[in-house]
Design a protein around this ligand. Structure first.
Ligand code: AHG
Ligand code: MN
Ligand code: MN
Length: 280
């Protein structure tokens, strides 16, 4: 596992440089989800793949930016699903973005996730690892220095409601309005990595990306985005659900499957469960 963390650190230093100097324009290609890929998405994907290829313990990888699984080392024991540059369309407006890594064994599905790591590229570069507990490191003078453990409070103050409001179910809108009426503050940048990182570091709250009329299964991808963050939130004393059950009990039928998702501290997640239980 340590050699995977080291590989992620190496990729983060290269991606930091790419973000600072790279072209923010579109490529001619679409990924499997149908998003037009930015040149930055493709370049960061290549950086990670090149580095992972050299790690003997990695058996196979799958990227949000590629159609299928890439086998690397027959004798490796880990599978990694990653989103090389989440929120890449925010680079041109100079907002924070991130890389997300889910580490699996045997098969790419929620039951087999055993660790996750994300990197936030903001005014600072920070890496968070969730293995037994959740640890944050910060890039300083070319090295990742341990800063703190991350543990959520039982209840927070932030609300990060995702997707397009005119596509929300009326009961979802009512729930979000009620949460604001209870004094929660809006925090939503459009990048799940900084948005979820903020909730983790400010003690708690709720991030939601529901199923909507235009996307009944939500937008966020299970293997690359939702399961890795669910693992982080659970290890940090929070929770992650699809509205009805733990995200880490959601079945995956295709590597690019999406799922509605809610991440937060326990009080907010219980509130979502209560509202959603009335709407099967
Ligand atoms: P990606 O850049 O990999 O396509 O993902 C962006 C995601 C995620 O970071 C964010 O939470 C979400 O898209 C924002 O979507 P909306 O603008 O629909 O809220
Ligand atoms: Mn993404
Ligand atoms: Mn992406």
């Amino acid at each position: 596992m340590q050699e995977i963390i080291e590989a992620i650190k190496e990729s983060a230093i290269k991606i930091k440089h790419l973000i600072q100097t790279g072209d923010t324009g579109k490529s001619e290609q679409e990924n499997s989800t149908g998003d037009t890929q930015l040149k930055l998405d493709i370049a960061s994907d290549e950086i990670i793949e090149e580095i992972f290829k050299k790690v003997p313990s990695i058996k196979a990888i799958v990227s949000e930016e590629q159609d299928s699984i890439v086998n690397l080392n027959e004798n490796g024991q880990y599978l990694i699903a990653y989103d090389p540059l989440d929120g890449s369309s925010l680079v041109d407006v100079n907002l924070s973005v991130g890389s997300i890594f889910g580490i699996y064994k045997n098969e790419f599905n929620a039951k087999n996730i055993i660790a996750s790591v994300y990197v936030v590229f903001g005014p600072r570069v920070e890496m968070v690892t969730a293995i037994d507990d959740v640890k944050m490191y910060r890039l300083q003078n070319g090295e990742f220095k341990f800063i703190q453990n991350i543990v959520l409070n039982e209840k927070g103050k932030l609300n990060a409601p995702g997707s397009t409001q005119n596509c929300w179910a009326p009961f979802h809108k009512e729930m979000i309005d009620d949460i604001f009426n209870d004094g929660y503050r809006l925090r939503y940048s459009g990048g799940m990595v900084p948005d979820l990182h903020q909730i983790l570091l400010k003690g708690g709250g709720l991030f939601s990306y529901p199923g909507t009329t235009d996307r009944p299964k939500g937008k966020l991808r299970q293997l690359f985005e939702v399961f890795p963050f669910a693992y982080v939130y659970e290890k940090a004393n929070g929770a992650a659900i699809d509205g009805h059950k733990r995200v880490l009990e959601v079945e995956t039928t295709h590597i690019h499957d999406t799922t509605p998702c809610f991440f937060g501290s326990k009080t907010e997640i219980n509130r979502v469960l209560e509202v959603y239980s009335k709407h099967a």
